[in-house]
Design a protein around this ligand. Sequence first.
Ligand SMILES: *[C@@H]1O[C@H](CO)[C@@H](O)[C@H](O)[C@H]1NC(C)=O
Length: 351
Amino acid sequence: VPIMFTRAISVAATLAATVSAGFNAGSNSNVAIYWGQGDAQITLPEVCSDASVDIVNLAFVNEFPTAIGEYPGNNFANACEPDKYTLNGKTTKLSSNCPLIGPGIQKCHENGKKVFLSLGGGLPTNYSLPSQELAEYFADFLWGAFGPLTAEWEEAGKPRPFGDVSVDGFDLDLEAWIEGAPFNEYQYINYDHFVNRLRSNYASSGGEYYISGAPQCTVPDSRMAYAIERSHFDFLFVQFYNTLECNTRRGYEGLGKDTTDFTFDAWVKWLNENSANQNTKIYLGMPASSTAALSDPTAYLTPTEAEKLINAYRTAYPTKFGGVMLWEVMRNIRNPICGKPYSTYIRSILD
Ligand SMILES: *[C@@H]1O[C@H](CO)[C@@H](O)[C@H](O)[C@H]1NC(C)=O
């Protein structure tokens, strides 16, 4: 039986004293942050009260259906109880009891923020969408389970893990790594069909919904290029960390020089030549502390360093630049500078 938060939510909505300025997808000063994979995480309503943040990415739906009819699996660390949905008498990997995620999404909406459900991630990395039919089924399932609630879905008794609130879009963080994949394209094909199907669901609902992606800084991204060339992404939260050859540190050290290993320029050029959406916004993805990108601690920039890098690239690409993406909420909170989380400084740099 789906959990329903209807009553609690309508009370919360009534009591909301202020409504913040609305989200602006075309802005070049948004802050996006991932939540869901930290240890001993604060709750989503707390994240959604943070004035420095515009987009919250819920991480992750980390296992994809392998056959039509299956449910995906998720991992949001301590935000969910162990309870799972069952399907045909079997326990699935889809959480049925994540009590504060629904109210958190509601809180984000009251505060003018967008919430995306992030798919993929780095654990496990064995996900794929080997057929167009499976890709389209998965898109429809996610839309039914996490998009606007429909009477049809509810009457069918299908899962609504976050209750009757809707996310504002889906984020693809494709980091699949499959030993002995059956064919070369296996790890990146059909995500274009997946995105196109979500887009047609968006169009039929009439609301404002988005697609984002979180590629690595290497250009082109081996997992995401195919989909970016063939389907419409609104935002790319490029991970300028974990790949030393093109990270934020290379960017900082390259400022004012004739050449740089940092790949923001290369991303702009590649998107101009290849992206299905010529207006995709590129976000500068950065670790929120020196321990946030464990394999690449040098990617962490102090606020002073970050300010120089952000200003340089936002000035160079005022319309392509969308803002900053931070990985992740708990690393951010545990990195206070003069008592304030790192994101506070990123917000004021962008403002
Ligand atoms: C992926 O790996 C997880 C964890 O090892 C496993 O439970 C799951 O069945 C695997 N999924 C696929 C599609 O192989």
